[in-house]
Design a protein around this ligand. Structure first.
Ligand SMILES: Nc1ncnc2c1ncn2[C@@H]1O[C@H](COP(=O)(O)OP(=O)(O)OP(=O)(O)O)[C@@H](O)[C@H]1O
Length: 472
């Protein structure tokens, strides 16, 4: 349970002071009241409080001066002003100076309590670091992330900073670095948390299908449109829409997406009536959109609209300090799932893992460990169980690739290598999900957090058949 919040109330009128005390104590806050600012400031110097409610106009030291002094003594302490109607304008002025809110007299107990609850919540946001520190001290990471490296702590802080805002976030990072995890964490820590989180993989559908998935269509608008379909922009209403791999959107779809984001309204394919949308957009890409803008394959105006708050996720090989935690966590989880008594990995195996480049990042680490747990004959995973000798590291891939002679060839080679790497990991991902769910596509899609049509499209693209994984 949360610790009892300590509130301090300053008002020169005894009736208001005691009224506020009664309201706050009814909600189990711990309250101390003061008739003037001097005495209150002396008290704040002695020990920290969670929130101050002060009258703005008082004889002697004013509420404004109290606020200034508090900024010196305990800068993070939220201050709420009580004001008369006539001084609402000046209350707005003092908010600009750093008060978190104000309550105009006369007020109801509900008004007072909701203002205080909001201010206390805002404090959690402002002091995101404290929340984080607690999570990091008590666990292996933050939220569903494992890792305490400096690089990841920077990511966690950013999540806490951006979550409460409605700004569009663009997450960049190699495949398997946790982009979707970040998007989910942003949603979970936002005011939209009780509304849907909808993830769309822009790689997995052909252009027309993707547009009808995103924007919806009306019955009969194209061959095969048997029913009217609600687009995902509407499905996500009130919540967060996560567009994964936006780099894969065609220029036509990019133009349509831009229009939706500019107008904040969506018109289904074949429809005439636009409807307003209320979503927070989070996009992700493992390609540099800046480079694509330079190449002319991504619209610059859309890039600027998406890149409001950029977040870059570090590849695993740049934070090798997190590998032992991730390995330990994954071994425990998988061993429990498959019912094997595996205690961990040998020192030799850990050394192999720490010097491996992980082109598929955390997802690849999870796959390697999962396979090793299944293969291990002992209670510790050995280097052999990891089967990393034959893994295609980027250097190996390069050995098989002719060195490009022109910048055009370089672009083409890079595209090819990227596609190759993504396809391998996508195959492992789909096969794994189907194996775990004995060929049941609906369950596999659900478990991986994908929409069924997206999952099915990915299977089709990779030439994978669910029948191969149905148990005889
Ligand atoms: N820091 C982390 N701690 C624990 N698990 C992680 C971490 N980062 C990623 N994962 C796990 O790795 C897998 C891949 O993560 P995720 O799908 O978020 O990556 P991604 O960057 O979106 O990948 P892609 O670009 O291929 O879509 C998931 O199973 C996720 O839970």
């Amino acid at each position: 349970m949360d610790a009892v919040k300590k509130l301090l109330v300053i008002d020169d009128e005894p009736a208001i002071r005691e009224g506020v005390r009664r309201i706050l104590e009814s909600e189990s806050f711990q309250v101390e009241t003061f008739a003037n600012g001097h005495a209150a400031l002396e008290r704040i110097k002695q020990e920290p409080f969670d929130l101050v409610v002060t009258d703005l106009k008082m004889p002697g030291i004013s509420g404004m001066e109290v606020l200034k002094a508090i900024k010196e003594i305990q800068p993070d302490l939220p201050v709420i002003f009580i004001t008369g109607y006539s001084s609402v304008d000046s209350a707005v002025e003092v908010m600009k100076l750093g008060a978190v809110d104000y309550i105009a007299k006369p007020f109801t107990p509900e008004e007072m309590l909701s203002t205080i609850r909001l201010a206390l919540e805002q404090r959690v946001v402002d002091l995101g670091d404290l929340y984080l520190l607690k999570e990091l001290r008590d666990g292996e990471g933050f939220d569903r992330f494992v890792g305490k490296s400096h690089e990841m702590v920077k990511v966690y802080r950013r999540i806490m900073q951006v979550a409460p805002t409605d700004s569009t976030v663009l997450i960049t990072g190699e495949s398997g670095t946790g982009k979707e995890l970040v998007a989910r964490a942003i949603h979970k820590h936002s005011q939209r948390r009780d509304h849907p989180f909808v993830a769309v993989d822009c790689t997995s559908l052909v252009e027309n299908l993707l547009e009808s998935e995103l924007f919806g269509h009306v019955k009969g608008s194209f061959t095969g449109a048997m029913h009217t379909k609600t687009g995902l922009f509407k499905v996500a209403e009130g919540g967060t829409l996560f567009l994964d791999e936006v780099s894969n959107l065609s220029l036509t779809t990019q133009a349509k997406l831009l229009r939706v984001l500019q107008e904040r309204e969506v018109t289904p394919i074949g429809g005439t009536q636009p409807t307003p949308i209320n979503i927070r957009l989070v996009a992700a890409t493992n390609r540099s959109l800046r480079e694509m803008v330079a190449e002319g394959t991504f619209r610059e105006d859309l890039f600027f609209r998406l890149n409001i708050i950029p977040m870059d996720l570090p590849p695993l090989r740049e934070r090798t300090g997190d590998i032992p935690l991730l390995v330990g966590h994954t071994v425990r989880t998988v061993a429990e799932e498959v019912g094997k008594d595996i205690k961990g990995v040998t020192a030799g195996a850990m050394q192999v893992l720490q010097s491996y480049s992980f082109p598929g990042n955390v997802r690849e680490l999870e796959n390697i460990i999962e396979r090793a747990v299944v293969l291990a004959e002992d209670s510790l995973i050995t280097p052999d169980d990891l089967e990393l000798n034959h893994a295609a590291s980027p250097t190996v891939l390069l050995d098989y690739t002719a060195v490009p002679l022109s910048v055009e060839e370089l672009k083409e080679t890079k595209r090819h290598l990227r596609e190759q790497a993504v396809e391998d990991i996508e195959k492992a991902f789909v096969v794994n999900a189907l194996q775990r769910n004995r060929g049941n596509i609906t369950r596999a899609a659900e478990e991986t957090g994908m929409l069924r049509p997206n999952f099915q499209a990915m299977m089709k693209k990779l030439g994978i058949s669910a029948r191969d994984y149905v148990e005889a």
